[in-house]
Design a protein around this ligand. Structure first.
Ligand code: ZN
Ligand code: ZN
Length: 317
């Protein structure tokens, strides 16, 4: 069972995205790239090199529903006629191109984001939406943890690895413990625990960082030999990456706690301190990161939280 990486350009700061062709019947594409002319051309060129056409694709499997990974899913599905699309059910907060802004807005308000900045983030959302077509409910099936994607030769096991998003999934080739991990594992950068509504109760926040730490440990328990991430090169020393990530998370948590003034601060205040002067897209990610660290510190009883005028205010415990 051959895993063929194809790198596609994206209009995003993160740079090119890796999608993976499983060159085995039923022919499967893991992630699709964003809905841009450039990404589609690069994908078709990559398929051509593997002597495959879009119409040969039988299965499209999404690691998660961010636009750079899922954007072309609908048009490829339509072009490949019978291709089935799979995505984890917990991707509802970001469901295949349908950003549920209202649920997000409530979370951002509680994190202390001022009205003007909320409006700017809304424009950012709308700008990003153009890079993915929404899939109707009947146009995709749900991936579940431990599902097996069977091929003529070999199989991939679904490992639900929430954190970056609630429904993020990785795929394990058991024969040699190779993993395709989407944005759960990136060679050079620590993935952002993106602010998301909880899949079961959208009025609550998904505990992204706590879930992410469990996912990293779960992958570690699989002793991966190679990990193919959603961006950047292949990770051939997961153990080193695991410790580096955990160290970075611990250091960031200590910094967040250190920056909390006696009078208390919101996640928004903390994000401005950690990442001063960033643009709207990165401001959203900065808030995501701050909220995630505050949630984790709170769950570990290192800080307290109090609701004041609809905003959560944190203080050192
Ligand atoms: Zn992502
Ligand atoms: Zn990505």
């Amino acid at each position: 069972m051959q895993i063929i990486p194809i790198s596609l350009p994206t209009p995003f700061y993160v740079g090119p995205v890796n999608v993976y062709l499983i060159a085995e019947e039923p022919l499967t594409l893991i992630d699709t790239g964003p809905k841009t002319k450039e990404a589609l051309e690069a994908l078709k060129e990559g398929l051509r090199r593997a002597r495959v056409r879009v119409s040969d694709i039988k299965r499209i499997v999404l690691t998660h529903a961010h636009e750079d990974h899922c954007g072309l899913a609908k048009s490829l599905r339509d072009e490949a006629k019978d291709a089935e699309v799979f995505v984890h059910g917990w991707e509802t907060g970001h469901r295949v191109g349908r950003l549920e802004y209202d649920a997000h807005r409530a979370l951002l308000e509680r994190a202390g984001v001022p009205a003007d900045d909320l409006a700017a983030m809304r424009r950012m959302y709308e700008g990003v939406r153009q890079y993915a077509d929404a899939l109707e409910d009947h146009e995709h099936a749900e991936l579940e943890d431990d599902d097996e994607l069977r091929f003529e030769k070999g199989s991939l096991r679904v490992v639900h690895t929430p954190g970056h998003t609630p429904g993020s999934c990785s795929f394990l080739r058991e024969a040699d413990r190779t993993i395709i991990a989407g944005d759960c594992v990136l060679k050079r950068i620590t993935p952002n625990p993106v602010l998301s509504p909880d899949p079961f109760d959208p009025s609550r926040r998904f505990r992204s960082l706590a879930e992410y730490l469990v996912s990293l440990a779960r992958l570690r328990a699989l002793s991966p030999t190679l990990v193919h991430g959603g961006h950047g090169g292949v990770v051939d020393d997961y153990e080193e990456l695991f410790h580096r990530y955990v160290r970075a998370i611990n250091e960031r948590q200590a910094e967040v706690i250190r920056r909390l003034p006696k009078s208390g601060a919101t996640a928004w205040d903390i994000s401005l301190e950690l990442f001063p002067g960033t643009d709207d897209v990165h401001r959203f990610l900065a808030v995501s990161e701050s909220v995630a660290h505050l949630d984790l510190a709170h769950s570990e009883n290192k800080i307290t939280v109090e609701l004041s005028e609809g905003r959560e205010v944190y203080r050192k415990a």
